[in-house]
Unconditional design. Structure first.
Length: 174
């Protein structure tokens, strides 16, 4: 039997973010569905809502990485922030075809031009993004709310997130 997500997935939030990122048929003409990163993400979340499973069958392999449409960066950054908050912090149990990973990867193609490495930890991911894409405000959108979020994060993880947020906003303090 296919595994479902620990603690579930806020499919409504993901669906709203995908809709906000979509350029709509008035801009694109006819919807390209699985040939569009957002259309593919919509198909994935629709399938998830019908039969909630942690993994999308060959999800990463089907991401349309050659979709070169220009999307609204703020909408994509916000969507990545939301999807990272949905991440369950699987770490060693992370799978590439996890629905959260697949949808985040779709957003990355639109925002960063390609899929980025993810090891099952939002903290490691944000540190990577900050280092490799300093011009993107993605880490700023996520770090402060994430470090204050009441989750199963250890005190050490919350401290590191707080320091990263302070260093991003107040680099002269550290």
């Amino acid at each position: 039997m296919a595994e479902s997500h620990k603690k579930g997935l806020n499919a409504g939030l993901v669906e709203n973010d995908l809709e906000n990122c979509c350029r709509q048929e008035t801009t694109c003409g006819q919807c390209q569905k699985n040939n569009c990163i957002i259309g593919y993400g919509k198909q994935c979340i629709t399938a998830y809502k019908q039969a909630p499973r942690r993994d999308v069958a060959q999800g990463m392999a089907h991401i349309p990485t050659m979709d070169f449409k220009v999307f609204d960066e703020v909408e994509l950054e916000t969507a990545i922030a939301h999807i990272l908050k949905e991440c369950k912090g699987c770490k060693e149990e992370h799978t590439e075809d996890c629905i959260i990973n697949v949808i985040r990867s779709c957003y990355e193609v639109g925002l960063l031009g390609d899929v980025q490495p993810y090891e099952g930890s939002a903290l490691q991911y944000l540190m990577y993004i900050k280092e490799h894409f300093p011009d993107k405000s993605l880490h700023e959108l996520i770090l402060f709310p994430l470090c204050r979020q009441e989750t199963t994060r250890s005190t050490q993880e919350k401290s590191v997130l707080s320091v990263l947020w302070v260093s991003a906003y107040f680099p002269n303090l550290l």
